[in-house]
Design a protein around this ligand. Structure first.
Ligand code: CDP
Ligand code: CDP
Length: 217
């Protein structure tokens, strides 16, 4: 029996994880889960319910009651929702509440593609393929700025986005639980100089090499 093809894609904000993960999932015909949406949805429900985002237990209660049917809402993908997500993602009980759903998704017989911060390290430590996507903070801030402008936002300023990207890197990498870091066996993919197509080709090369090696070719 072939082993499930579980692909873990991690990296900092605006590195291109989501764009890459979606295309990789389509290429290998696998289901895809953007795990950032879980944290974003919890953040939003916390805000809507008037819950204190800095209270780990109160935030975890919201996480335990999360309705995953809400993940389709496009407004969750906004920049502000990402900031709030990063704030509540530091709480260990919030993270624990979201583990079972992510592992359940990853355990499909054919495999799955998941992207986030701790997929290769915590959620799927035995994933067959792990890719850690990076790009310089400046490139990522530029991408985020362009994205916001393309979505019609007029109040965006590159300098502010850069400061926010750096602050989020620091919070995501510096937290005690499941900090953002490459797994020991992750393939690093720096997309600073790569457009989306080039990053996709590089990721497929990684997947194909791992598959060929594991199949004994
Ligand atoms: O999921 P993550 O926050 O890591 O990044 P993303 O949403 O996939 O990508 C952020 C933005 O950068 C999007 O607008 C992508 O189109 C763009 N991008 C790019 O310009 N070049 C890449 N190699 C990857 C993404
Ligand atoms: O697209 P972008 O990288 O900006 O954000 P995201 O992947 O949607 O994640 C939003 C926030 O959720 C991150 O800054 C992390 O703090 C948190 N997160 C996490 O801690 N673990 C994950 N597996 C996914 C997201």
């Amino acid at each position: 029996m072939t082993r499930p093809l579980t692909i873990a894609i991690d990296g900092p904000a605006a590195a291109g994880k989501g764009t890459l993960a979606k295309r990789v999932a389509a290429r290998y015909r696998l289901p895809y889960l953007d795990t950032g949406l879980l944290y974003r949805a919890v953040g939003r429900q916390i805000l809507a319910g008037g819950v204190d985002p800095d209270d780990p237990q109160a935030a975890a209660r919201v996480a335990r009651g999360l309705d995953v049917a809400d993940l389709d809402d496009p407004t969750l993908r906004g920049h502000e929702a990402g900031e709030l997500a990063s704030r509540i993602a530091v709480h260990a009980p919030v993270r624990e509440a979201l583990v079972a759903f992510q592992r359940g998704f990853a355990a499909r017989p054919e495999g799955a593609v998941l992207d986030g911060r701790d997929i290769g390290t915590v959620i799927c430590p035995h994933a067959r393929v792990k890719i850690f996507v990076t790009a310089s903070a400046e490139v990522r801030a530029r991408r985020r700025t362009d994205e916001l402008v393309a979505h019609g936002r007029r109040d965006v300023e590159y300098g502010r986005i850069l400061a926010e990207v750096k602050a989020r890197d620091e919070r995501d990498s510096g937290r005690d639980v499941a900090p953002l870091k490459p797994a020991d066996d992750a393939h690093l993919l720096d997309t600073s100089q790569l457009d989306i197509d080039a990053a996709f080709r590089a990721a497929c090369d990684v997947v194909d090499r791992v598959l060929a090696a594991q199949d004994g070719h």
